[in-house]
Design a protein around this ligand. Structure first.
Ligand code: M6R
Length: 614
């Protein structure tokens, strides 16, 4: 939700800021803007509705000189996408410019108070209220900008990552955060602030992740100073990031999503490296081993997540119950946090998140911690809020996922959950050794099997031409493949805007079967596993009502091939690892349909990559 970037240093800020906005555009892309401060302290703001490229077009004829600036790419919360609602926002006197990612929940009350004091508002945003409040507090109390920001943030309820610059002060930028991410990049006599490290990494890999309620005062030629809203000075460790620039580029693919789908054999190998050792018949996840008592003695596991990560959590439930014999509940973080749930100190809570910044999951984690539960994070983004706010955890190690629709992060979440289940089962002795080794060998073989599925890309692309103009889709699966059906439907909805629903195949006859006719494509996952015969019956029911069936089948299949209208083959594997394979053709099908429909695959409408507001 919104990307922010700021720069102070010796170079021209504008090209750095615009390049940074392009890297952050996956976070929000309905409007963009930049504020620049030149060497004599003049402040200019330029904004444009649309993409960052629209802002660039707009700025072509403008004065973009200045070695300090801030910039923003927006995902609208308060007020429609428009030039006036785009950030940065000026204060009343136009002395301050501010960018913001988050939501000021009490903005209406604050706005009313400021209106009564004679302040005027141009936009419908909550953000403009904050910049006006800072200016009001500054003038009222005759304090410097940092103190004014501290006082103003003390009155704010909500989430924010902000950056502020001031007319007449070309050497200082101030940034602050609470519940929205903010990274400070430390270069050679130049400094960056951004929502994540992607726009910074080209210039420096030395970063500081700011904590909640911290403020960074970034002055030219000085080391940044970090204080809290309550004015306590803090020392933060500088972290060396390992991210590379190549990971942030498309590498010859037309879209990040396709690149990320094709990266999966490698990302899964990376995720297993140093953890799965077939020769030694072992799986080692240090987060589990270091806390094995908590897992072995857990009376219950609660998995918390949103969206695609929640689908991974559902598969986690099957894995933990089958291998570890621990009861599992999987909850949407957004529901869990508000329903007064029962949480016990001997519960293990697993929070699953690609970004590690999802606001609802972060709030649910806090609730679980308050009740004394042990909280384990599964996250992709190194240094994000979830790994910093959980007791322990595992990274998925797939590198930056830039396409808004999650693909490689999902399969890596499944892999981490599989490794966790195996690791805990070994400690609990709930799996016999022969089966353990068989599973391990199979897990190790998954990346090669995905490579063979990716070899079917042309076939799936051809198939997609037949279904580009369908208005609805149904996805069916059973057992481990039921959550895959949900994920397949979500992927199609997100990037093609075709309505799609996923169901457990047997649920069809309890209602949804009424939707079936010759116009309705049904994607049925019918691999050769424990549910095979049952799914065949479900497919027969669809065919009897003239539904058009696209079946994902095992390579050795003979029966479904004779019933379904179209088939996509995947290699045979253990039931529990089927989702790692069956997900891949569904990703490709969604991708090709969306491309046929000329959708913006990497930045689908209305969405943003990390949902940092509730
Ligand atoms: O970063 P997270 O995994 O916590 O994000 C959760 C969801 O917002 C995310 O999975 C979303 O559903 C994706 N757009 C799915 O492709």
């Amino acid at each position: 939700m919104c990307g922010i970037i700021g720069y102070v240093g010796g170079r021209e800020a504008y090209p750095i800021l615009v390049k940074g906005l392009h890297r952050l555009e996956y976070r929000g892309y309905d409007s963009a803007g930049v504020a620049l401060c030149n060497s004599i302290g003049e402040l200019n703001i330029y904004k444009a509705k649309g993409r960052v490229s629209d802002l660039e077009d707009f700025c072509k004829s403008k004065d973009t000189v200045g070695t300090m600036g801030i910039a923003h790419t927006r995902w609208a919360t308060h007020g429609e996408p428009s030039n006036v609602n785009a950030h940065p926002h000026y204060s009343e006197s136009e002395n301050l410019a501010l960018i913001h990612n988050g939501i000021i929940e009490n903005y209406a009350v604050l706005k009313e108070q400021l209106l009564q004091k004679g302040y005027h508002f141009q936009s419908s945003t909550d953000t403009e209220v904050l910049v006006q409040l800072i200016e009001y507090v500054k003038e009222l109390n005759h304090v410097d900008l940092c103190t004014a920001i501290q006082l103003a943030l003390g009155q704010v309820v909500g989430a924010y990552a902000i950056a502020v610059i001031e007319k007449g002060n070309p050497d200082m930028m101030i940034a602050a955060r609470k519940s929205s991410p903010l990274v400070l990049g430390i270069g050679r006599d130049e400094f960056f602030i951004a929502s994540d490290a992607s726009p910074i990494i080209e210039y420096t890999n030395r970063v500081i992740f700011l904590e909640d309620e911290e403020i960074a005062i970034v002055r030219r030629h000085e080391q940044p100073k970090i204080v809290t809203i309550g004015n306590v000075e803090k020392t933060r460790e500088i972290i060396q990031l390992e991210m590379s620039l190549g990971q942030l580029e498309k590498g010859g693919y037309p879209h990040f999503m396709l690149k990320e789908i094709f990266e999966q054999p490698r990302t899964l190998r990376d995720c297993m490296r140093g953890r799965v050792n077939v020769e030694c018949n072992n799986v080692v996840l240090s987060g589990i081993i270091d806390n094995k008592e908590r897992f072995v003695n857990a009376k219950r596991i609660i998995i918390l997540a949103c969206g695609t990560s929640w689908h991974a959590g559902l598969i986690g439930e099957y894995l933990f119950e089958e291998f570890c014999r621990i009861p599992v509940e999987v909850e949407y973080s957004s529901e869990f946090r508000y329903r007064n749930p029962l949480i016990y100190p001997d519960d293990v809570v697993i929070a699953v998140s690609q970004s590690g910044e999802t606001a609802d999951t972060l709030a649910a984690i806090e609730l679980a911690k308050e009740s004394g539960a042990f909280v384990y994070g599964i996250c992709n983004v190194v240094g994000a809020s979830i790994p910093r706010n959980t007791h322990s955890g595992s990274y998925t190690h797939v590198g930056p996922e830039i396409g808004v629709a999650s693909t490689k992060a999902f399969t890596a979440q499944l892999l981490v959950l599989s490794m966790m289940a195996l690791c805990i089962a070994r400690e609990k002795k709930t799996l016999d050794e022969k089966r353990f080794l068989k599973l391990l060998i199979e897990l190790d073989a998954i990346p090669a099997k995905i490579e063979s599925i990716l070899g079917n890309n042309d076939l799936i692309q051809n198939l997609s031409n037949t279904f580009t103009y369908a208005h609805n889709f149904i996805y069916l699966g059973r057992g481990y493949n039921y959550p895959v059906a949900l994920e397949g439907a979500l992927k199609l909805k997100e990037i093609s805007y075709i309505h799609a629903e996923g169901y457990p195949a047997a649920e069809m006859k309890h209602g949804p079967i009424a939707l079936i006719d010759s116009e309705m494509p049904v994607v049925a996952i019918a691999t050769d596993n424990g549910m095979y015969e049952k799914v065949i019956s479900n497919i027969q029911e669809i065919k009897a009502r003239n539904g058009r069936v696209i079946a994902v089948v095992s390579e050795n299949d003979t029966v479904v091939k004779g019933i379904a209208d179209y088939v996509i083959e995947v290699p045979v594997t253990e039931d529990c690892f089927d989702p790692l394979l069956t997900t891949i053709p569904l990703q490709l099908l969604s991708y090709h349909i969306a491309v046929n429909k000329r959708r913006d695959v990497d930045m689908p409408r209305n969405l943003a990559k990390s949902v940092t507001v509730e």
